[in-house]
Design a protein around this ligand. Structure first.
Ligand SMILES: Nc1ncnc2c1ncn2[C@@H]1O[C@H](COP(=O)(O)OP(=O)(O)OP(=O)(O)O)[C@@H](O)[C@H]1O
Ligand code: SF4
Ligand SMILES: [Mg+2]
Length: 330
């Protein structure tokens, strides 16, 4: 476990889905047994189709969802065992930015007040002058001009609005930034600018970044490590270059095959990879390997036995019976 950054072990989130007043609720396992580590200054990208549990995982790390039996350690503090008051003290160190920048900013507040809000909540010790100084510093860091401070969010383009969201997220100088589809609503050229901004901020501030996207091409640009989630479970988790040089899980292979174009600057991914029928319901997941209903390499064992996530010498971890047969014998 990393003492300095974020470490998560055995994170599982179940939702109860009501089927009416008299029926027993269904259990939906949104995230199952996920482990992850992010060192300071590093980015973990999480990729997977809609509904695979990316946002639930992020929310559980921030205690916005109840995780069962999980250990979440941030900078040496066991987040799950903190009282609410203790957690409130470390919470400013963990910030989140979202997909729709305009929807996540209060339309009636001026930019400077939006960015100052976390300081008013968490740094009540600060006077007006110091607060204004920190707001100006955050605006400058994200490339917003000082005269923009008195404008309202609707006066900004999507990319500029996302810069406001990022300024708001970094004004408390956090150590962890969780970006949930943070560039998905933006045009490709604007996406590239916002990704470059995030990378620059990471270098300056030593941020750990958890970067969530359904778009593997975007995740590739920013991540040091990549986790591929499928129906709430880790299918593959590897250093970025290992994952792209040698994807081992058939689902990862399908995702990479669906990243289009030979031009790395404009490569894009289909919304859904070309792997046959829709993702099964997480209320009634397939037996054995969760991917077996869509896998071209399925065998009898895959239907009955769930593959363990096994470690490869190059740092990859893979949950596939067939791929892991090629693992060198220890
Ligand atoms: N509050 C909730 N109550 C019940 N089920 C939920 C709740 N939130 C999410 N789910 C379900 O949990 C599963 C994981 O959802 P989640 O939003 O984490 O997926 P996601 O990977 O972030 O998807 P997307 O790419 O669409 O944002 C889905 O099946 C979803 O329907
Ligand atoms: S375990 Fe079997 S079904 Fe699952 S990904 Fe591997 S080959 Fe496909
Ligand atoms: Mg989501």
């Amino acid at each position: 476990m990393s003492e300095a950054g974020l470490s998560v072990r055995n994170l599982t989130v179940n939702y109860s889905i009501s089927r009416g007043p008299l029926a027993k609720p269904d259990q939906l396992r949104a995230v199952a047994d996920v482990d992850l580590d992010i060192a300071p200054g590093k980015t973990l990208g999480i990729v997977g189709e809609s509904g695979c549990g990316k946002s639930t995982l992020a929310r559980a790390i921030l205690r916005l969802e109840r995780a069962e039996g999980a250990t979440v350690v941030w900078r040496g503090a066991d987040v799950g065992s903190l009282s609410d008051a203790e957690f409130r003290r470390i919470r400013p160190d963990m910030q989140m930015i979202f997909q729709d920048p305009l929807a996540s900013l209060n339309p009636r507040m001026r930019v400077a007040d939006i960015i100052a809000e976390p300081l008013l909540t968490h740094r009540r010790d600060l006077g007006r002058v110091e607060r204004d100084r920190l707001v100006a510093e955050a605006m400058q860091r994200v490339g917003l001009r000082p005269e923009m401070a008195s404008r309202f969010p609707h006066e900004f383009s999507g990319g500029q609005a996302q810069r406001i969201g990022i300024a708001r997220a970094i004004v408390l100088k956090p150590g962890l930034l969780i970006c949930d589809e943070a560039v998905s609503a933006l045009d490709v050229s604007i996406q590239a600018q916002v990704l470059a901004l995030l990378k620059g901020l990471q270098r300056e501030m030593g941020l750990s970044i958890l970067f969530i996207s359904h778009d593997l091409a975007v995740v590739r640009h920013i991540s040091d490590d990549i986790m591929v989630l499928y129906l709430g479970r880790v299918a593959e988790y590897a250093p970025r270059d290992v994952l792209f040089a040698q994807p081992r899980h058939p689902y990862t292979q399908a995702l990479i095959a669906s990243v289009l174009s030979s031009d790395p600057n404009i490569e894009r991914m289909h919304q859904s990879p070309d792997i046959g029928p829709d993702m099964p319901s997480p209320i009634n997941p397939p037996s054995g390997c969760p991917f077996h209903t869509r896998c071209s390499r399925v065998e009898a064992q895959c239907r009955s036995e769930r593959p363990a996530l096994r470690q490869w010498p190059d740092g990859a971890r893979v949950a596939c019976h067939v791929a892991n047969r090629a693992l060198p014998v220890a």
